[in-house]
Design a protein around this ligand. Sequence first.
Ligand code: ADP
Length: 257
Amino acid sequence: MKRVVVKVGTHVLSDQNRLSKERMSNLVEFLVALMEKYEVILVSSAAIAAGYSKLKIDKGILNNRQALAAIGQPFLMEAYNKILSKHKKLGAQVLITAQDFDSRKKTKHAKNLINTLLANDILPIINENDATAIDEIVFGDNDQLSAHAAFHFEADLLIILSDIDGYYDKDPRKNSDAKLNLNINSIKEEELHAPCLPGFTFATGGIVTKLKAADFLLKKNLSMFMASGFDLRDAYSFAIDDKHVGGTLFSNKKGLN
Ligand code: ADP
C-alpha cells in the first residue's frame, strides 16, 4: 500500500483564533477517504491557535507561545479524535522535533512507531514538539518537518493543504494576473531565497517554506502536491480519483503512480 503524508496549516484549521470544527470535519472526511487507498500520516499545526482559544496571552512572546502549544495540543488531539470517532477511526499523537531525524537510530525508533500505528489502522497525527523545540517554534515551519517525515517514514507523496490552491508564478495576493503552476519539476535556487532578495514578487512569506519542502523531496525523487485546504476538491481529484485538475504537483515523475 502506498503511503501519503498530509500536512495542514494553521490558517486552514483555525478561524478567528479558534479551531474551525467545520474545516477539521472536512479534512478528517478527506483523510478517512484517503485511508481506504493509502497509509495516511497527518502533520497538523494549530496547537498554539487551540491554546489561545483557552488562554489569551500575548502570542508575540516565545515563552507564551510554548505555553499555548502545551495547552492547545491536547485540545487539538481531542478535536481530531472526536471527529475521527464518528468514522470509527482513532488518531495518535506523535510529537517530534528535527533532532528525531538526526541519527539512524532515532529515525528507526520513530519509524517503528509510525509503522505500528499504521499497521493498526490508526492515524498518526504529528506535530513539532512546539513546547520545547525553540528553533522550530521560531520558524513555525511544519512544511519542512512534513517533508522530512515523508522521506524518513518512506511515504510516496506529501500533500500540503494550504490557504492557497497551489504555487503561482507570482504572489497571487499581490498580482491579479498570477498564474497557477500545475507541474513543477525543479526549484530554482533564487526561489528558495526569495524573501531575502528585494524586488522579488513571485514568492513571499509562507510559500518559501513549501518550496524548500518541495526542493528537499524532489532531490530525493519524491513528490509533493500542494492544494487548497479550504476547498478540498482538487485534493480529492488528485489523490482519490487520480485526476490532476488543480493544485501544483512538484515531481520528477508523471502523476502519483
Ligand atoms: P499555510 O498556513 O498553509 O502554511 P501560508 O499562509 O504560510 O500557508 O503560505 C501560503 C501563502 O503564501 C499564500 O496565501 C500567499 O499569500 C503566499 N504566496 C506568496 N507567493 C506565492 C506564490 N508564488 N504562490 C502561492 N502563494 C504565494
